[in-house]
Ligand binder design. Structure first.
Ligand SMILES: NC(=O)c1ccc[n+]([C@@H]2O[C@H](COP(=O)([O-])OP(=O)(O)OC[C@H]3O[C@@H](n4cnc5c(N)ncnc54)[C@H](O)[C@@H]3O)[C@@H](O)[C@H]2O)c1
Ligand SMILES: O=C(O)[C@@H]1CCCCN1
Length: 312
């Protein structure tokens, strides 16, 4: 009879999952994924069930990493919340299984994993694609992803100025009040992005909020929101002028309104750059369109469980 699964709450997962450990594992798994060796990694595009009555979605994100012995699925819900709602818009649980016997070995909070792994992947994109001289970071949105992106971007890179914009200025102010270092609160997207070298879009927008005409040539944009085929954060001009990288070509083709509706061409996956099959076109304006992948959750959860096991 198998042992009971380890249960880990958000606080524990947050404590155990550090960017220093996570980033190399994400780089490695994304590079491997992009080789499409199904004897090594299997990760279908996530299944998404719309919950139309409540403006929500349920996503199931399985992944099997044969050589690392990781069998995992994340179950995630995401909702379009009314402004000012105190409920999180993204909630998730991650299950790890014993690959040989099939029983569940761990059940853990997926909110912290989603926040950290998404920001860590964006930070990997910034390492590869941001201009050599990057002085100004701009974050659009002031929610969970905005915060995790702020944390890892300011940990890994040195910026002279960090700016934040949110739909309601008081939300941007609240975001800044939680931080120790100075961050400029901007009144409009345009004001926030003009002259920025690195831009993170982490909003619940379903129509474009970031327009190419405002973006400094050569800037890098990590676009994290707009994960439905009819949702946008970026306009056609930006999508067509930039060199577009994605996390997974299949995911982007199925889920990204920014790609599908603009008709923009995908240049490469992040993993294809990491494994050396495609170049990082740092000299160009670059967009990394992130949708999130089960393999990212899988390596994160394994890392959390390993750390927990080492303490018990
Ligand atoms: N790429 C990925 O892997 C990944 C992972 C998790 C979340 N997401 C997406 O990232 C986005 C942010 O997620 P979060 O967990 O930080 O959510 P959150 O609810 O914590 O924050 C959302 C932010 O977007 C703003 N916002 C909402 N609707 C907007 C609109 N119409 N126009 C402008 N701003 C708007 C809110 O004011 C808030 O600042 C969501 O779209 C979410 O689905 C992507
Ligand atoms: O990859 C994820 O976890 C998220 C869930 C919410 C929608 C966008 N993608």
């Amino acid at each position: 009879m198998s042992e009971s699964p380890v249960l880990l709450n958000k606080h524990e997962v947050e404590r155990l999952l550090t960017y220093d450990d996570l980033i190399p594992r994400l780089e490695s798994v994304m590079g491997k994924f992009s080789k499409r060796d199904s004897s090594e990694i299997i990760q279908p595009v996530r299944s998404v069930v719309p919950i139309q009555q409540h403006s929500g979605f349920l996503g199931v994100m399985p992944a099997y990493l044969a050589n690392e012995g990781i069998l995992c699925t994340k179950i995630v819900t995401f909702y379009q919340r009314a402004e000012g709602s105190s409920l999180p818009s993204t909630q998730a649980t991650v299950l790890l299984f014993h690959p040989e016997h099939g029983h569940v070995t761990a059940i853990m909070d997926g909110e912290a994993i989603t926040a950290k792994r998404t920001a860590a992947v964006s930070a990997i994109s910034a390492k590869l694609f941001k201009p050599a001289l990057s002085e100004v970071l701009c974050i659009l949105g002031s929610g969970q992803q905005a915060r995790s992106h702020y944390d890892v971007f300011t940990k890994l890179f040195k910026f002279k100025e960090v700016r934040v914009w949110s739909r309601r200025k008081e939300m941007a102010q609240r975001f800044v009040n939680d931080l120790q270092d100075p961050v400029t609160v901007c009144s409009s997207v345009k004001e926030a992005v003009i002259g920025a070298d690195v831009i993170v879009t982490a909003t619940g927008a379903s129509q474009p909020i970031l327009f190419g005409e405002w973006v400094k040539p050569g800037a890098h944009i990590a676009a994290v929101g707009a994960c439905r085929p009819d949702w946008r954060e970026l306009d056609d001009v930006l999508m067509r002028e930039a060199v577009v990288y994605v996390d997974s070509r299949e995911g982007a083709t199925a889920e990204s309104g920014d790609i599908i509706l603009s008709g923009a061409e995908v240049f490469a996956e992040l993993g294809e750059v990491l494994n050396g099959s495609f170049p990082a076109r740092r000299e160009k304006t670059t967009v990394f369109k992130s949708l999130g992948m089960g393999i990212q959750d899988a390596v994160s959860a394994k890392l959390v469980l390993e750390k927990w096991n080492s303490e018990h």
